[in-house]
Design a protein around this ligand. Structure first.
Ligand SMILES: [Zn+2]
Ligand SMILES: [Zn+2]
Length: 276
């Protein structure tokens, strides 16, 4: 079965239309497709959807549902957690009905502040913004996982996106040692929060297909924790181009099976298990 619940289109920072993505997915044999534009933020963030485009987003997806009615299509959002904008984000979520929500942390600090850092760029850009922010790497990593913990404990998001995204800026360990005990302490706090408040964790192949990482999000260490604690996973490619819709899916499935997983989750008018 082919399914993807994390996809981006021209409504945010993707490169294809909703229709093109749906057509490509359908002709590639997909049975389930979820659209998850970056939810609007109340400041200038060019990679997010603009608030005034939400109604067109919903309408285009509804049109695709009618056109490709042999494939299940869903309307979702990928939402960033930033403390000062969360009230705004809650309103965005409640203004319309979404099938499910993906929670993510791509930003540290506060918009407009000198501590504002995006963690989706490359290592050297991250190092520069970190130096300008006056923070050290430990406080940046702590802030990253604290924001993930907030999403886990206090929000209605269904799926936690790219759980250890902070390592994306750390290709070849240029910025920090992922085996250091301080790193694992922050990560373990987030995993403990997850064990106490289970949510679906995404196995995200996107950075592999965009050559931004040499491994999946999350790491094997996290995957083993999820397995041990019966926390379900969903495989997504987080594609920004239709051609990447199933990129590295076989790699992800083989990895999960080799670790002992035997099912993943799919959304089918509710989250259900499906054999791997
Ligand atoms: Zn993301
Ligand atoms: Zn995404």
């Amino acid at each position: 079965m082919l399914a993807n619940f994390h996809t981006h289109t021209l409504f945010c920072d993707g490169h294809d239309t909703v229709f093109d993505m749906a057509e490509f997915a359908f002709s590639s044999g997909f049975t389930h497709l979820g659209f998850s534009s970056h939810a609007p933020l109340p400041f200038d963030a060019r990679w997010t959807m603009k608030e005034e485009r939400i109604s067109s987003y919903i309408k285009e997806i509804d049109d695709a549902k009618k056109k490709f009615n042999k494939m299940k299509i869903f309307t979702a959002l990928e939402i960033d957690y930033i403390p000062s904008t969360w009230e705004y984000s809650k309103k965005i979520i409640s203004d319309n009905k979404y099938d499910y929500l993906i929670g993510a942390v791509h930003l540290l600090g506060e918009p407009g502040g000198k501590d504002y850092i995006t963690i989706t760029g490359n290592s050297s850009r991250f190092a520069d913004s970190l130096a300008n922010s006056g923070k050290d790497i430990k406080s940046a990593v702590r802030e990253y996982y604290e924001r993930m913990i907030y999403l886990i404990k206090y929000t209605e998001v269904d799926v936690m996106a790219h759980f250890d995204l902070i390592k994306k800026v750390n290709v070849d360990f240029q910025i920090f040692d992922e085996n250091a005990s301080w790193y694992n302490d922050f990560l373990n706090d987030a995993l403990d929060a997850l064990a106490a408040n289970p949510k679906i964790v995404e196995v995200n192949t996107g950075a592999l297909s965009r050559k931004k990482s040499k491994d999946l999000f999350p790491s094997d260490y996290i995957l083993k924790f999820l397995l041990k604690n019966n926390i379900p996973v969903v495989i997504n490619s987080d594609c920004h181009r239709k051609k990447d819709i199933a990129a590295y899916y076989d790699f992800a499935a083989d990895k999960l099976k080799s670790l002992g997983f035997y099912y993943t989750m799919i959304y089918d008018d509710g989250w259900i298990k499906t054999p791997l």
